[in-house]
Design a protein around this ligand. Structure first.
Ligand code: F3S
Length: 435
């Protein structure tokens, strides 16, 4: 099998910026609201959810966390409502969507009627609507254009949803401008979308099977699927490697891979890697019966893992500096002394024994020697934080050794985590010198 990845896949700049913003905030804060799904990808949403991102569909009643506006943006009225509640807004509206807000707002003020080409239920379209007083005609096909009652005495401004199908937009704008010269057309389809769609169709035209990766509710992924299907009948829309259409792929198949704007690189790489593995399975099982999926599952009797997974394994050997772990995968896992604990462990053989079960998190699927790189520090950190939370809930008093002092206060460690006593909390006496 020959696999080719489309030239333009993965997160677009707008989605990437929104996810990065959320990640940055969640480093500092334990809770962050997102008005609507930050990205149409379940794996990414789940991952951010573990860090404290809460998806909400309405403005929160309580002002107990910041509120992120996703790349689709929202209407002006929504922004105003949020501000009235004094909730801090983290605005991750994509700049290209903001540009559309500005266009419709200005044209609306200047007496134009607005036409939006897009999906009337899509949040981006609803957001645009909110910048032209919630008054606009929304169409998504030539048929809908024909049903539109246009008043030739009026002025119109037409914009598009950023992820709209470029071919359909072209047809709509050509038809409308022929019949109604009194219209100003702004092609606001995002370049990233255009490039992604063109590259996908080009790849589809030379592939036997096309795999389009992305959330089932991602509008731009669905469009890639529709466009690819027109040139390659065997086009499949999948969310992750579990849905690879095995039965359409054999050793001689040319497989093209494209992905929507909400699909992170690691999911794309995972699909490619798993598809490549099919070559090996084909070789191993040339004469065996069974579906590709069954063969895949039985491939070496191994489990499948990916970066970030928390897995359990059995210690095969221990040296003072590293632990080798059988993780029921094609390669063994390795935990170095540095990755074993935040605490100083001079010799790992004193704390870990062969045959012991050990839990760790996958950092990298392969180091230079082919081992799976594991860490226990992230698990230890989670446990330490929940212990500290408990101390706080109990109002516990803890003994610490001071490790540092500055003009602002004194510092020490609680269960290995650096803590801080502000200068004015050191003593009832005022203005104590921390040093
Ligand atoms: Fe923005 Fe284009 Fe992505 S509009 S959110 S960069 S698809």
């Amino acid at each position: 099998m020959f696999i080719e990845k489309s030239k333009y896949t993965g997160f677009c700049s707008g989605v990437k910026a929104a996810v990065n913003k959320a990640q940055e905030i969640l480093k500092e804060e334990k809770k962050l609201y997102s008005l609507g799904e930050i990205i149409h990808n379940k794996d990414v949403v789940d991952e951010l959810g573990k860090k404290g991102l809460i998806i909400i569909n309405d403005i929160p009643e309580k002002n107990d966390a910041k509120l992120l506006i996703r790349s689709h943006g929202v209407g002006k009225d929504i922004i105003e409502k949020i501000m009235k509640k004094n909730i801090t807004i983290i605005d991750a509206t994509c700049v290209k969507v903001k540009k559309i807000h500005k266009i419709v707002e200005e044209y609306c003020i200047n007496g134009y009627d607005i036409i939006i080409v897009g999906d009337k239920n899509h949040p981006e379209v609803l957001g645009i609507l909110g910048w032209c007083n919630n008054k606009a005609s929304i169409i998504e096909s030539i048929d809908e254009l024909h049903n539109l009652k246009i008043d030739t005495s009026k002025k119109y401004c037409l914009v598009s949803q950023t992820t709209f199908n470029t071919e359909v937009f072209k047809k709509i704008s050509e038809t409308i401008s022929k019949n109604y010269p009194n219209i100003t057309i702004h092609n606001t389809i995002c370049d990233a979308t255009q490039k992604r769609q063109d590259a996908c169709v080009e790849l589809a035209s030379k592939s036997d099977v096309m795999i389009i990766i992305g959330g089932k509710n991602s509008s731009n992924t669905k469009k890639l699927y529709e466009m690819s299907k027109k040139v390659c009948t065997n086009t499949f829309h999948i969310e992750n490697y579990k849905e690879i259409p095995y039965k359409y792929i054999d050793k001689n198949t040319k497989v093209g891979v494209s992905a929507g704007a909400s699909t992170p690189d690691w999911i794309i790489e995972e699909v490619i890697k798993m598809s490549e593995n099919l070559n090996e399975i084909n070789d191993m099982n040339e004469n065996q019966n069974g579906t590709m999926h069954e063969l895949f599952e039985s491939y070496g009797g191994v489990s499948y893992i990916r970066t970030g997974d928390i897995i359990k394994g059995t210690v095969i050997s221990v040296s003072p500096d590293a632990i080798s772990v059988n993780i029921n995968y094609k390669s063994d896992g390795i935990i170095t002394r540095d990755e074993y604990s935040f605490a100083q462990v001079p010799d790992l053989t004193e704390v870990v024994k062969e045959g012991e079960e050990i839990e760790a998190q996958v950092v990298k699927l392969s180091d230079q020697d082919g081992n799976v790189v594991l860490t226990r520090k992230s698990l230890e950190e989670k446990k330490v934080w929940s212990d500290i939370e408990k101390l706080k809930e109990d109002g516990a008093i803890v003994d610490i050794s001071i490790i540092e002092a500055s003009q602002y206060g004194i510092y020490g460690k609680v269960n290995g985590i650096k803590g801080y006593i502000p200068r004015n909390q050191i003593s009832v006496k005022r203005d104590v010198d921390p040093s």
